[in-house]
Design a protein around this ligand. Structure first.
Ligand code: FAD
Length: 470
């Protein structure tokens, strides 16, 4: 594969950060090698993250619609069944098609692909124990660390991926658990909780913090939590997990109030630990070459993604910033542009965030709490999907658009959408925020009728003036 020939760029890790950086580097005419230990490309996101979770969210949503909504639309079945192996097979097919697709893109762009575990032997040399069992050294003028992140467990809890699972195990359960406890009310826990809840599990979410998804705008979060509760998800907030017992038929989880107090025991067939992810740098040899990390193991980089070691860069989940696939991709492109002597740019304040439940919640920019904390005078414009004709036409009208804009200049500061498809709707706002648009700019743009997007236009009207339809 690589031989000892020197590369312009070597990327360690083939996730969304790494594979995108490798393709971009090759497109810029740089001789590029990407090292990935997993055996397939696409990293956490494609193999055990974004893609399989969205596949299962879609399949379980279809089942839920079939059992809860179809009859109301005049579509009747004599019976509806879950075929879990088929559902899993469709998910696996989506994953393998996409991972193979990236291999195809590597070939097309002439990225050299080395399958194996990489570790630094010097700032310009990486030794790789390949999957085929040989050892090789890959040399590069520039080396990009894109090793991503891994599941974080909790003290005293051992993940066996059968009864105590991480998101990876939760994406591959072989039967629908009767009772599922989710530890951690971040987006991954809520998405996986939704999947199994729709398929019939009784889902309880245990969260140490007082709120679910702490980064979310509080008003939207409240509506979101209510919506999940309507879907029968139970929440135990301000609750600490103190012990787990797997000796019996059921898993027993002992919890107590976060502030201390009486303990209770919860029982479940499966416990999902989704209490966050940690940067992954095990076995990489960072200390050998002296790469600086912070207290929680994230690699420190400057605004050009360069570490403290000349020629060594880092991107994606392994560095500070939102742990999201699209952020990793942006890092990858910008990092390589800097290496190629061009200019790169990523603004972490304008990275959209999406929770892919139903309804979805998507946001960009600041929450109302953040705007308040900044002491900025602001206006809020809101529009509920109950007043949106398309949402009413399809009988899927739960949700709202909320826009925050500077009171004086009308510049948009933050946009928060809860709606079916909010993850698609948000991009109009992402574009607007990136171009420093005002809410009036959005309101004066003609939006097709009837679309969900009209709710964004109306919320924009409500921000500086009055909406029409409410
Ligand atoms: P990773 O994707 O983690 O890739 C790193 C790769 O490096 C891995 O394949 C690993 O095998 C490899 N590697 C590590 N060390 C070495 C080494 N020494 N040698 C060789 N290879 C190595 N994000 C979103 O934006 N949207 C979503 O919907 C979403 N859903 C998610 C759902 C779940 C269940 C999970 C777990 C995550 C989800 N994420 C989502 C987060 C997303 O997966 C990550 O932000 C993203 O994958 C980070 O990309 P990365 O390239 O930095 O790292």
């Amino acid at each position: 594969a690589s031989g000892s020939e020197e590369n312009d760029v070597v990327v360690i890790g083939g996730g969304p950060g790494g594979y995108v950086a490798a393709i971009k580097a090759a497109q810029l005419g740089l001789k590029t090698t990407c090292i990935e230990k997993r055996g397939t490309l696409g990293g956490t996101c494609l193999n055990v993250g974004c893609i399989p979770s969205k596949a299962l969210l879609h399949s379980s949503h279809m089942y839920h619609e079939a059992t809860h909504s179809f009859a109301g639309h005049g579509v009747k079945f004599s019976s509806v069944e879950i075929d879990l192996p088929a559902m899993m097979a469709q998910k696996d097919k989506a994953v393998s098609n996409l991972t193979r697709g990236i291999e195809g893109l590597f070939k097309k762009n002439k990225v050299n692909y080395v399958k194996g575990y990489g570790k630094f032997i010097s700032p310009s040399e990486v030794s790789v124990d390949t999957i085929e069992g040989v050892s090789t050294v890959v040399k590069g003028k520039n080396i990009i660390i894109a090793t991503g992140s891994d599941v974080k467990s909790l003290p005293g809890i051992t993940i066996d991926e059968k009864r105590i699972v991480s998101s990876t195990g939760a994406l591959a359960l072989q039967e629908v658990p009767k009772k599922l406890i989710v530890i951690g009310a971040g987006y991954i826990g809520l998405e996986m909780g939704s999947v199994w809840g729709r398929l019939g599990s009784e889902v309880t979410v245990v969260e140490f913090a007082p709120d679910i998804v702490p980064s979310m705008d509080a008003e939207i979060r409240k509506q979101f939590q209510r919506s999940l509760e309507k879907q029968k998800m139970k929440f135990m907030l301000k609750t600490k997990v103190v012990g787990v017992d797997t000796s019996g038929n059921d898993v027993k989880l002992t919890v107590e109030p976060a502030a201390g107090g009486d303990q209770t025991t919860l029982e479940a067939d499966v416990v999902l630990v989704s209490a966050g992810r940690s940067p992954f740098t095990a076995g990489l040899g960072l200390d050998k070459i002296g790469v600086e990390t912070d207290k929680i193991g994230r690699i420190l980089v400057n605004d050009r993604f360069a570490t403290n070691v000349a020629g060594v860069y880092a991107i994606g989940d392994v560095i500070p910033g939102p742990m999201l696939a699209h952020k990793a991709e942006e890092d990858g492109v910008a990092c390589v542009e800097f290496i190629a002597g061009k200019h790169g740019h990523v603004d972490y304040d304008k990275v959209p965030g999406v929770v892919y439940t139903h309804p979805e919640v998507a946001s960009v920019g600041k929450t109302e709490e953040q705007v308040k904390a900044l002491g900025v005078d602001y206006r809020v414009g809101k529009f509920p999907f109950l007043a949106n004709s398309r949402a009413k036409a399809i009988d899927d009208a739960e949700g709202i658009v909320k826009i925050l804009a500077d009171k004086e200049t009308d510049k948009i500061l933050g946009v928060h959408i809860m709606a079916p498809n909010a993850g698609e709707l948000i991009h109009e706002a992402v574009l607007a925020i990136n171009y420093d648009a005002s809410s009036e700019d959005i309101a004066r743009v003609c939006h097709a009728h009837p679309t969900m997007s009209e709710a964004l236009k109306e919320a924009a009207m409500a921000t500086y003036d009055k909406p029409i339809h409410i």
